[in-house]
Ligand binder design. Structure first.
Ligand code: G3H
Ligand code: 13P
Ligand code: ZN
Length: 322
């Protein structure tokens, strides 16, 4: 199988009550860890590349590594997606350069400007057999150069989604229902504490999601900022010299519920970063005399694989759906 778009993946996910994981890739170990897990579990998967990833690893290297992963895993559908494209030129460069899906994120612009830019990308993408994800509403957190302070985020307005989708022709829509980017998704003051003193975040706005679904029947919804920030790995990072106080994510049960509804794509990046960093910190602390990068990147790659396998089985529900 060669790289595919997300069209068929999303149609099957929508009808099957599961979601496809979209995992960010920046280097070989991440590409291998993700696709080995998806391959073994016979799960469709989306590999996504941010503007920052392209700046770090180079577009050509990333595409070639993803193509190698496709050859290694011929039995599963794999899509290559641009994450948070912020201009027509960036989207065009990825469309021309082998991606099968792009996101144009004009969510920080006005409604009309968002529509105009999204439509420009959709017209070009569809002419080239590529699908487009757009976004309405803004998430808190940091992605590339865009930082949105907690309190400045805004939930998607369901009354806008039909007009947006019909005027732009986009293929999927990312909405804001309380998820956010990074490892610090909520301030302690936004949370309650359970009987063990552990922070419990405010619930996602399922009412906003349900209202969007009602207005866009059959249409794939996307959730960004969907890492759960596993506390065992955060504790491991802190134990081995790191400092990540009050890191907190989205509870996995809430994401599982969203996947059963119309959410067809769930974006996860921070959890992979956290798993790799915790594993490398531990390895370094326990092997102070080692200096061959393969020695610590091997368990780090295994940690990526284990994390993605866990997500496929416990959050996305996409095992066996290839
Ligand atoms: O939403 C953003 C992703 O986590 C990518 O992050 O821009 O640091 O590559 P990045
Ligand atoms: P996390 O930071 O929650 O992993 O979100 C990643 C994301 O939305 C990438 O677009
Ligand atoms: Zn995102």
């Amino acid at each position: 199988m060669s790289l595919v778009t997300t069209k068929e993946m999303f149609a099957k996910a929508y009808n099957g009550g599961y979601a496809v994981g979209a995992f960010n890739v920046n280097n070989m170990e991440i590409v291998q860890g993700i696709t080995e897990a998806a391959g073994e579990l016979k799960s469709p998967v989306i590999l996504q590349v941010s503007k920052g990833a392209r700046a770090y690893a180079n577009h050509r290297y990333l595409v070639k590594m993803v193509e190698a992963a496709v050859e290694e895993n011929p039995e599963i559908p794999i899509a290559l997606h641009l994450d948070h494209g912020d201009s027509f030129e960036l989207c065009k460069s990825c469309i021309d350069g082998g991606f099968t899906s792009v996101m144009i994120d004009a969510s920080s612009k006005s409604f009309e400007e968002n529509i105009a830019l999204t439509k420009q990308v959709v017209d070009y993408a569809h002419d080239h057999g590529v699908v487009v994800e757009a976004e309405l509403g803004t998430l808190a957190g940091v992605e590339d150069e865009v930082a949105v302070e907690h309190g400045q985020e805004s939930y998607t307005r369901p009354e806008e989604v039909e007009e947006f989708v019909s005027r732009t022709g986009c293929d999927s829509l990312a909405i804001a229902i309380g998820t956010s980017h990074g490892a610090y998704k909520f301030k302690a003051s936004q949370c309650t504490r359970n009987e063990k003193g552990i922070l419990v975040p405010p619930p996602l706005r399922f009412d906003v999601l349900e209202e969007c679904i009602k207005r866009l029947p059959g249409f794939p919804i996307v959730l960004h900022g969907s890492s759960s920030v596993p506390q065992d790995f955060v504790a491991m990072i802190n134990q081995y010299g790191g400092n990540m106080p009050d890191a907190i994510g989205i509870p996995e049960e809430e994401l599982r519920h969203a996947a059963e509804l119309a959410v067809c794509k769930i974006n996860i990046d921070s959890d992979i970063r956290i798993a790799m960093t915790a594993t490398i910190r531990k390895y370094m602390a326990e092997h102070p005399d080692h200096f061959d990068p393969r020695q610590y990147l091997k368990p780090a790659r295994q940690a990526v694989k284990d994390m993605v396998a866990h997500k496929i089985q416990n959050v996305l529900g996409s095992a066996g759906k290839a």
